[in-house]
Design a protein around this ligand. Structure first.
Ligand SMILES: Cc1cc2nc3c(=O)[nH]c(=O)nc-3n(C[C@H](O)[C@H](O)[C@H](O)COP(=O)(O)OP(=O)(O)OC[C@H]3O[C@@H](n4cnc5c(N)ncnc54)[C@H](O)[C@@H]3O)c2cc1C
Length: 353
């Protein structure tokens, strides 16, 4: 069983490589670790900030975290025979499983639906938090339910996908006033027969470069094409620290979209219900921010939506650059950009998103 560690350096545990330290840290590899850590926490000070950490790929840490970090590293993928049938397969995945390894494993087993979500960094337990999505597929498309533990009451229960209130980069877990929950495992419902989504134009091109048409593509081809596309488009956090897309794609009314479209003919946007989702990367690129460098942080040279930490910048550096971009985008287009990663403030509290 793991034990409490004091003053743990977190710089290797967040993909933005912020030099942060946790006052207390517990690596959670089993149910026994989780019980022991929570017993200690309740006895020590149940008011102290608590951070559940997965792969640290969607988080902006402040320099010092004044509470307890629970680092989810529990493993296990279980096939639920009794909940599977001729068409679908149900699996339970422990929160600490690496997401991309899970996607590859499922594809090898002939369990389909996750291929478009290949190479998204992080752990399975974090995937529901922002309902991860890429290339036309979202986690909610394959999610059955999840198991969680409420920190304050100690209650353990299952939430259905519907109860998780999934939306674009959003879920119940991001809503203010919700109880603090630790997701211990997720249950996915996958298909035995491939049901491929190749609508996204970039994905079609990537398939063509592999020598296959979208109609002929196998699930393995999709997985490979997605990986190739992502490697070409997104900086590898191990080489250039980042948290992927820094801003959500903003959703505006049809009237607002029409007004912008009349001014900017090549505006990139997609219908989103009755509204329109604008490509935040396009707005930032058009405003001239791509490749902009500050002393320690920068906007990536090929991908305007990605902020990179090239010289050990702090949360303050990253957020100051983000604020400049948000102000500029507001002035130019009257569009409010929302930050996608979760910002943990100096007092350990989660900043409102
Ligand atoms: C290069 C790059 C590309 C990316 N591409 C995409 C993409 O295409 N699509 C997309 O949606 N995202 C993308 N992301 C963002 C990120 O990978 C996902 O949001 C991922 O799900 C975060 O997982 P994590 O384990 O790293 O979470 P962390 O960063 O560790 O945590 C994120 C949030 O989830 C909470 N959390 C984590 N685990 C648990 C748990 N078990 N129980 C309760 N709360 C928990 C944390 O407290 C925190 O609030 C990208 C990031 C990078 C760096």
């Amino acid at each position: 069983m793991n034990a409490l560690i004091e003053h743990q350096d977190l710089s290797a545990f967040n993909t933005l490589a912020i030099q942060a330290e946790a006052r207390f840290y517990w690596a959670i590899e089993s149910q026994a670790d989780l019980s022991a850590a929570l017993t200690w926490y309740r006895q020590e000070n149940p008011q102290m900030p608590l951070l559940v950490l997965g792969g640290g790929s969607n988080i902006i840490l402040s320099d010092h975290f004044p509470g307890l970090v629970l680092h989810m590293q529990n493993k296990g993928i279980a096939l639920l025979e009794e909940k599977s049938d001729d068409e679908t397969v149900s699996i339970d995945v422990a929160a600490g499983e690496n997401w991309h390894e899970l996607v590859c494993y499922c594809c090898e087993q002939g369990w389909h639906g996750l291929e478009n979500l290949a190479l998204i960094p992080g752990a399975a337990g974090a995937a529901p938090i922002q309902n991860i999505g890429a290339y036309g597929v979202e986690l909610c498309d394959v999610m059955d339910s999840l198991e969680c533990l409420e920190v304050d009451s100690g209650k353990r229960y299952r939430l259905s996908a519907e109860q998780c209130q999934f939306a674009y980069r959003d879920s119940l877990f991001k809503k203010a006033g919700e109880p603090r929950r630790i997701i211990s495992s997720i249950r996915l419902r996958l298909r035995r027969e491939a049901c491929l989504n190749t609508q996204y134009p970039g994905l079609q091109q990537s398939l063509h470069s592999l020598g296959v048409t979208p109609e002929q593509a196998s699930p393995g081809d999709i997985l490979q094409a997605v990986c190739n596309l992502r490697r070409a488009k997104l900086p590898d956090p191990a080489a250039l620290p980042n948290v992927g897309s820094f801003f959500k794609n903003p959703i505006v009314s049809e009237g607002h979209y029409q007004q912008l479209k009349s001014e900017y003919a090549d505006l990139v946007a997609y219908p989103h219900g009755e509204d329109y989702k604008l490509a935040a990367g396009w707005l930032i690129d058009q405003a001239g921010w791509k490749g902009h460098r500050e002393a320690r942080v920068a906007v990536h040279e090929q991908q305007a939506l990605v902020l990179v930490n090239h010289k050990r910048g702090s949360a303050k550096d990253v957020l100051a650059l983000a604020q400049k971009i948000r102000d500029d985008i507001w002035q130019r287009y009257q569009v409010s950009l929302e930050i996608e990663p979760r910002h943990i403030q100096v007092d350990g509290a989660l900043a409102p998103s």
